[in-house]
Design a protein around this ligand. Structure first.
Ligand SMILES: NC(=O)c1ccc[n+]([C@@H]2O[C@H](COP(=O)([O-])OP(=O)(O)OC[C@H]3O[C@@H](n4cnc5c(N)ncnc54)[C@H](O)[C@@H]3O)[C@@H](O)[C@H]2O)c1
Length: 271
């Protein structure tokens, strides 16, 4: 077997539905026998442990970290930070779940992770324009206190806008920034950046970004919407030894959307 997750301790956030649920299925096919899910809803697919966790709530996250890292438990090998919400939620909630919570969980678990392991974040093509806000993103990422992070977010309402694009820019930058620290610990950190994916979250993106924009992104890319499994395959690859020398990469899994934009191979939105 080229990939085999038997004996690996795996933690996944947001695996009740969509990409996370597809990932659980693929991991099972690849031998995974120790999967812990953190979500607000308990998955219906069989997993090994479920810890009800609100990724927007620091107390809930800290409780999950304490449970996962209890003395009698083996170290974590793989962390998938996949939970996320759309801008149908208020911007501060989007920022808490998509970024502040992701960072808090990572920093809670990473020191206890086993060398040879891997962290994979689910970012988005919505974060591709991170370079335009790098100074501000670095300022937020430098804040270690939860309350100060929340206060910073409240102060930057104009920059953060509806929260979704900015939160995913932060996830892309965080992935690159943490790659060095990951290496020092024998770990790797990467992200997958999906374009629109056919999951229960897609109607929320259609509502906040308009049908026109979502359909344009799909047509500019592969001409078909991504499936949750398309994304799960890339997540699984980055977590596996097949990606043993891949670190600090934000992998576009977008059917060619990003390259078409870069090469000018698209019809302008609205034309
Ligand atoms: N669907 C898309 O078009 C698309 C595109 C780019 C990126 N993404 C990203 O993919 C990831 C997975 O989303 P999806 O499309 O599979 O949607 P989804 O709604 O099916 O999955 C999101 C998961 O996160 C869980 N969740 C929601 N709020 C939570 C919270 N407060 N705490 C813990 N868990 C919570 C949900 O219960 C669910 O299991 C998200 O990070 C999303 O931003 C999705």
């Amino acid at each position: 077997m080229l990939v085999n997750f038997a004996g690996k301790r795996i933690v996944i956030t947001g695996a009740y539905s969509g990409i996370g649920a597809a990932l659980v299925e693929l991991l099972r096919q690849a031998g995974a026998d120790n999967i812990t899910v953190l979500d607000i809803k308990e998955p219906e697919t069989p997993i090994d442990a479920f810890i009800e966790t609100d990724m927007g709530n620091p107390v809930s996250i800290d409780n999950a970290v304490a449970t996962i890292t209890a003395d009698d438990k083996p170290p974590v090998d793989i962390l998938f930070n996949n939970a996320g919400v759309a801008a149908t939620m208020p911007a501060d909630v989007v920022m808490r779940i998509n970024m502040l919570g992701l960072k808090r969980l990572t920093e809670g678990l990473m020191p206890k992770m086993q060398s040879g392991g891997s962290i994979v974040n689910t970012a988005s093509v919505a974060g591709n324009r991170w370079a335009e806000h790098l100074i501000e993103i670095n300022a937020l990422l430098a804040i270690s206190s939860w309350d100060e992070g929340v206060a910073w977010v409240a102060d930057q309402a104009e920059l953060i806008a509806d929260g979704y694009f900015f939160s995913k820019e932060c996830v892309q930058v965080y992935t690159m920034q943490m790659a060095k620290a990951a290496t020092a610990q024998g770990l790797r950190m990467n992200s997958v950046c999906p374009s629109p994916v056919d999951t229960p979250l897609l109607p929320a993106f259609r509502e906040t970004m308009t049908d026109e924009r979502i359909d344009w992104a799909i047509e500019t890319g592969a001409g078909r919407v991504a499936t949750a499994e398309d994304q799960a395959k890339a997540l699984l690859f980055l977590a596996s030894d097949l990606a043993s020398y891949v670190n600090g990469v934000n992998l576009l899994v977008d059917g060619g959307y990003g390259s078409a934009l870069q090469m000018g191979q698209f019809t302008a939105l609205g034309s």
